[in-house]
Design a protein around this ligand. Sequence first.
Ligand code: ADP
Length: 397
Amino acid sequence: MPVVLVVNSGSSSFKYQLIEMDGERVLASGLVERIGEGEGRAEHRTAGESFPVSQDIPDHTAGFGLMIDAFAAHGPSLEQNPPVAVGHRVVHGGARFFEATVIDDLVEINIDDLSVLAPLHNPGALQGIRAARRAFADVPHVAVFDTAFHQTMPPAAYTYALDRATAEKHRIRRYGFHGTSHKFVSEAAAAHLGRPLAELKQIVFHLGNGASAAAIDGGRSVDTSMGFTPLEGLVMGTRTGDIDPAILIHLQRRAGLTTRELDDLLNKRSGLVGLAGANDMRDLTARAEAGDVAARLAIDVYTHRLRAYAGAYLAQLGGADVISFTAGVGENSPHIREAALRGLEFAGVELDAERNEGARRGEITRISTDSSRVAVLVVPTDEEVEIARQAFAAARD
Ligand code: ADP
């Protein structure tokens, strides 16, 4: 029974799952947090039980030590069942990594080099990789990149109309993110419909706190809404998504905002939070229904943007066979799904109101009518399983 350990590491925490590959079942999961911040915390979870501990965790190496102790104390035993691969989530693979890659010292150097493009993410992933490679020295470690799936985009989709020399010097182009989820969801959608991936034109809306859309032709990403960073595109929990970049210049000149203040404004104080003071779509929907004007506007701006991307990708693909919704909002909010596709009947999109309302958590559900030319699906995403699959495959090659 092969098992794969999946690790998602940041600079002061990491999460893990041990996944049994035959049934793609999670045998155990956990998290280690507040690494290097005084009193740290770890929690190991196995079937229905959780085992928390609090103690000083000076670095990632100590964190992996705690995780291994937790497996030994509470199971399942890693000695009897050693992982055949360790899959690491890495946010940025630049233009260098277009698939899951077995990690050696050179790959580490490349991930480090890409920290310029993802200063908040790649350094933490690398700390996790280094510690995990020491803790599991005889096992292949595989980096699975959020950007990799989008490396198939054509130049017309990934090139910004910026001065070429400047763009090239600073590696500025669209990279796209959430690739692991877009790949998982588009493959699950094809399997659910019983149709070959290679024949399908798909649009996927990944709507969590971060949100992105992807246009996928025959299983290959051909466009996506996140760009050079995960800030571009859709309206998100706290991020603006698309805005006129001249607004930044204006705010710098007129309001004297510093680089740090602009970064904070665009990434943390905008989006749904900026518009209505909250980023939980449940609260916003309830408030809008009760007549709250700010909440109503926030939802309208959010869904207006979704329709704009749906329209753009229908045009880029020349129509779609499948549109899927995934992640927290996409899987749970019938209202947002309905508003996102309103007016798209001309393109063959016909939602079934009852199916849309009745979509059940954790299950793939078709929410379009039987006669709809476009199949609209709710697909629960599973980035950990996708990382495990890719790590397992790369380790065997
Ligand atoms: P992350 O990007 O952090 O992984 P998730 O995919 O978990 O985010 O999505 C989180 C968001 O999902 C929350 O901000 C909330 O708005 C939304 N959400 C979760 N459950 C529901 C629900 N039942 N109805 C509407 N929105 C929901």
